[in-house]
Design a protein around this ligand. Structure first.
Ligand SMILES: *[C@@H]1O[C@H](CO)[C@@H](O)[C@H](O)[C@H]1NC(C)=O
Length: 380
């Protein structure tokens, strides 16, 4: 996702006047049954109810939000838990130290495999979270990751189901030494055509086909090398990111509710484009991230990548799935394809394909390298 927000101030002003008491269980049941969505636009404001049409208008205007319809009640309890001092967030990470193991793995990453995986993903008419083709895309990812991991009894690959048809997917590689804390790499599987979400063509090649196939190839390389992490490692493909970070918010809320400790989270959402003529970088998101993890990410890039990092401007509240993990107090980070303005202008349309000028597989490969390094260095 990650849009620029022309109308943000207007929307926020409108939202500020809506100040409600805590929303009751009955109200949530009643309004959900009517198909309304409970949307949160800033950290400090109360969420507000919007219908499908209002939600789509906000999405078209580039306004980012969390859809908290199904997590609001759980999150109320978690916020109390957090202020009573249960946050145990690691904010320093040792510098990269496994170069002799990681560097040989990077040359095993395969642009042709990523290309082939992306062709399969973009062949679905769209991967909208409420469309059957969105569910079919999720099934395709599950069967692909199962074929990669099938020989390993220490790895599970399964759906995380939702109340809508497209399931998120979680691959878990057990730690050989401990079962906690877990390191997580995430991308979102869904795509959207903003003029016609349910039936319109939305190949979603860059948004977020690239991040999705970067993670599939990262998993493939780590598994085929026989890598067994000492602390647990997970790969997530989220449903419904475009409609308010639905999949990642459900999963991060569930992890927090279950007391799961997370060492680090990194999102890959768009890695295949930088504007022709612009400087090729990893653009590091500057807000709703953990500074210590960003320091580590900079070191990974300097150590393992062929291009430098640059800080992006703040992308604002709820701009991609890293925000779901941040919200629950977990260290999160998000390296993005280009600084804002040099990023892909074709997202959320039928033109989000690999054939546009500016799309680059060598660029996307750099993000897969950092994903391998992130996974290995944090879990070896
Ligand atoms: C949505 O899809 C239709 C075709 O299915 C296409 O004609 C239209 O241009 C698309 N809208 C956008 C914003 O790409």
């Amino acid at each position: 996702m990650k849009c620029q927000l022309a109308l943000l101030n207007l929307i926020l002003t409108a939202v500020t006047f809506v100040h409600t008491a805590p929303i009751s269980h009955e109200e949530i049941v009643e309004n959900s049954a009517k198909g309304l969505h409970l949307l949160q636009f800033t950290e400090d404001s109360d969420p507000v109810w919007k219908d499908d049409d209002e939600e789509l208008k906000l999405m078209r205007a580039g306004v980012n939000f969390f859809d908290v319809t199904e997590t609001y009640e759980a999150e109320q309890g978690l916020q109390k838990a957090r202020t009573s001092g249960d946050a145990s967030v690691a904010t320093t990470f040792p510098a990269p130290s496994h170069q002799s193991s990681v560097t040989p793995l990077l040359s095993k990453l395969s642009v042709s495999k990523m290309q082939s995986d992306l062709s399969s993903l973009t062949a679905f008419n769209n991967r909208y979270y409420k469309a059957q083709t969105g569910a079919d895309a999720s099934a395709w990812i599950l069967s692909t990751v199962k074929s990669i991991t099938s020989g390993r009894s220490d790895i599970t690959a399964s759906y995380f189901t939702h109340s809508w048809v497209q399931s998120s997917i979680i691959v878990k590689i057990a730690g050989t030494a401990t079962s906690s804390p877990v390191t997580i790499l995430g991308a979102h599987m869904d795509s959207i055509n903003l003029s016609n979400p349910t039936n319109g063509r939305a190949p979603g090649a860059d948004d977020d086909g690239t991040g999705s196939v970067n993670l599939i190839d990262t998993l493939r390389v780590l598994v085929s090398s026989g890598f067994k992490p000492s602390t647990p490692l997970e790969f997530h493909w989220y449903s419904g990111e475009e409609a308010g970070l639905l999949g990642s918010n459900a999963i991060a809320t569930s992890y927090k509710s279950s007391g799961i400790k997370v060492k680090a989270f990194m999102e890959l959402d768009m890695s295949g484009y930088f504007a022709p003529g612009s400087k090729e970088v990893f653009a590091l998101e500057a807000d709703y991230i953990d500074e210590g993890l960003n320091t580590f990410l900079k070191q990974l890039i300097t150590t393992y990548a062929s291009i430098p990092w640059a800080m992006d401007i703040p992308c604002g509240y709820a701009c991609s799935d890293h925000a779901s993990w941040y919200k629950q107090g977990y260290p999160s980070s998000f390296p993005y394809e280009a600084v804002t303005g040099d990023d892909d202008p074709n997202v959320h349309t039928s033109s989000d394909t690999t054939s546009i000028s500016g799309f680059s597989w060598t660029h996307s490969l750099e993000f897969a390298k950092i994903a391998v390094a992130f996974a290995y260095e944090l879990t070896a």
